[in-house]
Design a binder for this molecule. Structure first.
Ligand code: FMN
Length: 288
């Protein structure tokens, strides 16, 4: 994370993470030019832990409607939003994790600015967005988010979505974080990394599946994906790898805000962790 990125948040990152929620109802007001500029300026400073290129396009809903003959949409899930941000990634190794990490920084920055967002990986018309975004051969568009002023009144569809996936619930620590073995849950009192881990626990994930698992082993924090069987098959990419990128973002930003330094490293061989079942190794944070 660069100094410039750090300075963008004049509020504790943990407070911003706690404040963020998926917003599906928006006021029908267009974003001010100042806010658009602030988001664009922030987006260009961003770097991810992996080498795949991410780019963002701020798209105006009115223009989208015109250029796609009114076909653009979110199947009625998002109401009133006047702008969207599309996250486009160069295909390759760790592309989806990279997208999750960098896109979440924008989501958190928008939250800090008082704006609403909602990760959309399933309920948006990808082909219609793609038509106007001019994707290159080696690029994919896994997600978009609406961005705008929050309408406090909840819509029926929003409440149904939240209830269906249990958006207000999160798994317990003992289901997510472990010490050396998947058979040995990590206690909240056992580590200086309590806050970064808690901020992972509060992270958004596709259908709130919370597929992140983290194992501490000496100075390493190994991040695993516990895949939900058959989930998201129709998408043609593993959306849960985006969830891991989001978790990495929350973990690192919170750790650095607490002066807990480290680096990301992908081990050549997946660490042998006792009690492992279907978990897939992704990356490790190595404490400095
Ligand atoms: C990668 C990803 C994809 C998502 N896709 C959708 C989607 O297509 N439609 C939707 O309404 N919500 C979507 N969500 C939002 C999740 O349902 C939401 O984050 C989760 O239920 C937790 O609720 P919260 O964000 O309010 O904390 C997605 C979230 C993530 C991280």
């Amino acid at each position: 994370m660069t100094g410039q990125e750090n300075q963008a948040f004049q509020e504790s990152i943990a407070e911003v993470i706690k404040k963020r929620k998926s917003i599906r109802n928006y006021k029908a007001e267009v974003l001010t030019e100042e806010l658009k500029a602030a988001i664009k300026d922030y987006a260009v400073t961003l770097q991810g832990p992996f080498d795949k290129k991410v780019r963002f396009e701020l798209v105006d809903y009115g223009t989208l409607l015109e250029e796609t003959g009114g076909k653009i949409g979110t199947y009625g899930v998002i109401k009133g939003a006047k702008a969207y941000i599309a996250g486009i990634i160069e295909k390759g190794e760790k592309d989806l994790e990279q997208l999750g990490y960098v896109f979440e920084k924008i989501i958190l920055y928008a939250t800090f600015l008082g704006l609403g967002t909602c990760w959309l990986g399933g309920t948006f018309k990808r082909e219609e967005f793609q038509k106007i975004l001019d994707l290159k051969e080696n690029e994919i568009l896994p997600t978009v988010t609406p961005i705008g002023y929050i309408e406090e009144k909840k819509g029926v569809l929003d409440s149904v979505m939240r209830l269906a996936v249990g958006s207000n619930n999160r798994k317990e620590w003992r289901e997510l974080f472990f010490h050396q073995s998947f058979n040995s849950p990590l206690e909240e009192t056992e580590t200086a990394y309590t806050l970064p881990l808690e901020m992972v626990r509060l992270a958004p994930s596709a259908s709130n599946k919370q597929p992140w698992r983290i194992v501490k082993d000496k100075k390493a924090w190994h991040f695993y994906l516990c895949p939900t069987k058959g989930y998201g098959k129709a998408l043609g990419f593993n959306i849960q790898r985006i969830d891991i990128g989001i978790a990495m973002c929350h973990f690192e930003m919170t750790a650095r805000s607490q002066e807990l330094e480290g680096i990301w490293k992908v081990k050549e061989k997946s660490p042998m962790i006792e009690g492992a079942k279907e978990e897939i190794y992704i990356v490790s944070w190595i404490e400095a």
